[in-house]
Design a protein around this ligand. Sequence first.
Ligand code: COA
Length: 274
Amino acid sequence: MTSPAPVDRRERVSQTVAPVKLWFCPNESLAPGIAATLATNWLDEQEQEVAGRFLFDRDRRQYLVAHALVRRVLALESGIPEAEAVLWRSSRGRPFLRKPVEGLPRGGRELDFNLSHAGGYNLLGVVRRHRIGVDVERLDRDRALDAIVESFAPEESAWVAEAAPGRSRDRRILRLWTLKEAYSKARGLGLGLAFDSFVFTLDDDRGVRAFRPPDGEPPGQWRFAELEPEPGVLVAVTVMTSPDEEPVLDLHHGFPWSRSAPRQLLLPQPAGAP
Ligand SMILES: CC(C)(COP(=O)(O)OP(=O)(O)OC[C@H]1O[C@@H](n2cnc3c(N)ncnc32)[C@H](O)[C@@H]1OP(=O)(O)O)[C@@H](O)C(=O)NCCC(=O)NCCS
């Protein structure tokens, strides 16, 4: 599997659309005491309530880091202070930022974000137009992967079965899974979308070769990026773009205490039908 190509700055002097922004933040980026302090000051009542319900410290820590990350990044992007951002959820649980009627303090009216957290890693994606969906999974996750494959379309299961059992098969399964989750989360449907109703064709070394959306859905201008920001940690990103857009992806690593320079990557072209 290859990551999207790095941006050649000589070729991209006139970038017209805001980049797709991605923050990859391992839990260790934030010491437990600091995460707890930020959470006390930034999280709303509902988030504090959820945080208080975890049985295990490990899970509470993951939640606190993830939600401190969301509020910090939204503050940097929108100009709304961390504790003042109002987050609401759709009937399917997808969180959105409530935008002030006069627009965002840092300009613009649109901003969409999506969060994923798993096994000590947090991933947050932000776009200024359309929707984004993200997913992060560890290759060594302990859940049985066979059950996951049962949810795939037959041609995807067949592609998985071609790989030798072990790490290469697990990688195929988790590449498909993260892409499916990211697409479904961009659509706001979560696991409410049958995972065998849309199909990815993947190459071992070239990312997403083709995409067939669920019946009745236009193929659209979906772009899919796969990254491995740390060995064994798989990330998938789905964004909808307009035909005239040529966005890049800014990848930030760690907790965003400041506006550090991201790694810039080209977003692959929209994936066509198989
Ligand atoms: C969204 C969902 C797929 C997350 O799966 P996951 O791999 O366990 O979790 P991830 O870490 O990748 O993502 C979790 C985050 O996604 C976001 N999220 C929740 N529901 C979402 C949705 N419908 N669409 C997009 N994002 C969603 C939230 O930010 C959530 O984190 P938070 O609760 O701490 O704020 C799953 O929880 C889900 O489908 N929930 C909705 C309920 C639903 O549709 N059930 C099926 C009924 S038919």
